[in-house]
Design a protein around this ligand. Structure first.
Ligand code: 8YV
Length: 308
C-alpha cells in the first residue's frame, strides 16, 4: 500500500480510483499534525496546478519519490527542488489543449461581439430602450499568439475557420511552423487585433505583458489570457482599460485567484471567467485519468508516463 499525500480535492470518481492506497488529505484538518505524524512515510504527492507544492514541503518529506500533478502548468510546483532530490514530477499535457483553445476562441468572440454584454443588456430589460452598441468583426483579423506550444498551436488551428492571419512570439522560433515568427513582442502586439496568451507562467514570463506591450496592442486591440495571471502586469492592464488605451480583455486567469480586482469587474469591455480553460466533464476526466495512469505506472515500474 503506497502512502500518498493529496494536496487538494478532486472528484469523487478520482478518489474512488485511489482506493487501495493510503491517502492522506492535506487540505482537511490540521496539516501540521498530519505531517508530524506521517511525513516520514509519504512516498507520492498528488497535487494540481492550483494547489501546487512548495520547496519547503518537499524538504519535509524524506521518503517522497514522485509528484503527480493535475493540470499542464507546473509553475506552482517547486520542480527544481524536486529535481535536486531526484524526485520526478508529472503533469497532464495534451488532453486539455482543445478545451483551452476553445475557451480562448470563446473569449475572442465574446470580447469582440459583446456576448456577455449583450446577455446582460437583454436580461436587464434595456433592449426596449435602444440597441446595444456595435461590436468588432472577428473573421479576417490578425491573431497574435504569445507562446506557440501545444495550446497555442490549437488556438492557431481554430483561426483558419475565421480566415485570420497568425503570427507568434516565443523565446525561439518553432522549427517547421507555418506561422510567421515575431522576435519582438512589442511588434507582435502592434500588428495584432487579438493577442492571445498561451505561454507558461513562472519567473520567466512574470509581467511579460506590461504597459508598453498593452499600449502597442492599443485602443482597438483585445488581450486574451488563458495562460497565467502572472504573465500580465495586472495594475497596468486595469489602467490601460480604464484610460481607453486598450480596447478590451478576455481573462480566464488572474494574478491572485480567486480574487479579481474590483476595478476589472466594473469595466464593461472585459470578460471575466473563473479559470475554466480545462473545465469540461470530458477534459477534466481525461486529466484525472492521465494523473492516475502516471501514478499507477510509477507504483508498478518506478517511472512516470508524462514527466515535465
Ligand atoms: C486547471 C490549469 O484549472 O492545466 C492547468 O495548468 O491551469 C487548469 O487546467 C488546473 O490544473 C486545476 O487545478
Amino acid at each position: 500500500m503506497t502512502c500518498i499525500l493529496q494536496m487538494g480535492p478532486l472528484t469523487e470518481r478520482f478518489q474512488r480510483r485511489l482506493d487501495g492506497h493510503e491517502v492522506l488529505t492535506y487540505w482537511q484538518g490540521d496539516a501540521e499534525a498530519l505531517l508530524a505524524k506521517h511525513a516520514e512515510r509519504i512516498e507520492i504527492m498528488v497535487t494540481s496546478a492550483r494547489f501546487g507544492c512548495p520547496a519547503s514541503l518537499i524538504e519535509r518529506l524524506p521518503s517522497l519519490r514522485a509528484i503527480c500533478s493535475f493540470g499542464v502548468g507546473y509553475d506552482s510546483i517547486a520542480v527544481e527542488a524536486a529535481r535536486a532530490r531526484g524526485i520526478p514530477v508529472s503533469n497532464t499535457p495534451e488532453v486539455l489543449n482543445d478545451c483551452v483553445a476553445d475557451l480562448a476562441f470563446g473569449l475572442i468572440i465574446d470580447c469582440a461581439r459583446q456576448l456577455a454584454q449583450g446577455d446582460r443588456f437583454v436580461r436587464e430589460g434595456r433592449w426596449a430602450d435602444g440597441n446595444l452598441g456595435l461590436g468588432r468583426r472577428v473573421s479576417g483579423k490578425r491573431l497574435g499568439i504569445v507562446g506557440l506550444g501545444r495550446i497555442g498551436e490549437a488556438v492557431a488551428k481554430r483561426s483558419t475557420g475565421f480566415d485570420m492571419s497568425v503570427r507568434y512570439h516565443n523565446r525561439r522560433p518553432v522549427a517547421g511552423s507555418p506561422f510567421q515568427y515575431e522576435a519582438d513582442l512589442h511588434a507582435l502586439a502592434r500588428w495584432s487585433d487579438f493577442l492571445v496568451l498561451t505561454c507558461p507562467g513562472g519567473p520567466q514570463t512574470q509581467n511579460l505583458i506590461d504597459r508598453a506591450v498593452l499600449d502597442a496592442l492599443g485602443a482597438k486591440g483585445i488581450l486574451i489570457n488563458v495562460a497565467r495571471g502572472s504573465v500580465v502586469d495586472e495594475p497596468a492592464l486595469v489602467a490601460a482599460l480604464q484610460d481607453g488605451r486598450l480596447g478590451g480583455a478576455g481573462l480566464d486567469v488572474f494574478a491572485d485567484e480567486p480574487r479579481v480586482p474590483t476595478a476589472l469587474c466594473e469595466l464593461p469591455n472585459v470578460v471575466l471567467l473563473p479559470h475554466i480553460g480545462s473545465a469540461t466533464h470530458e477534459t477534466r476526466g481525461a486529466m484525472e485519468d492521465l494523473l492516475l495512469d502516471n501514478l499507477d505506472c510509477f507504483v508498478r515500474e518506478g517511472r512516470l508516463l508524462t514527466p515535465v
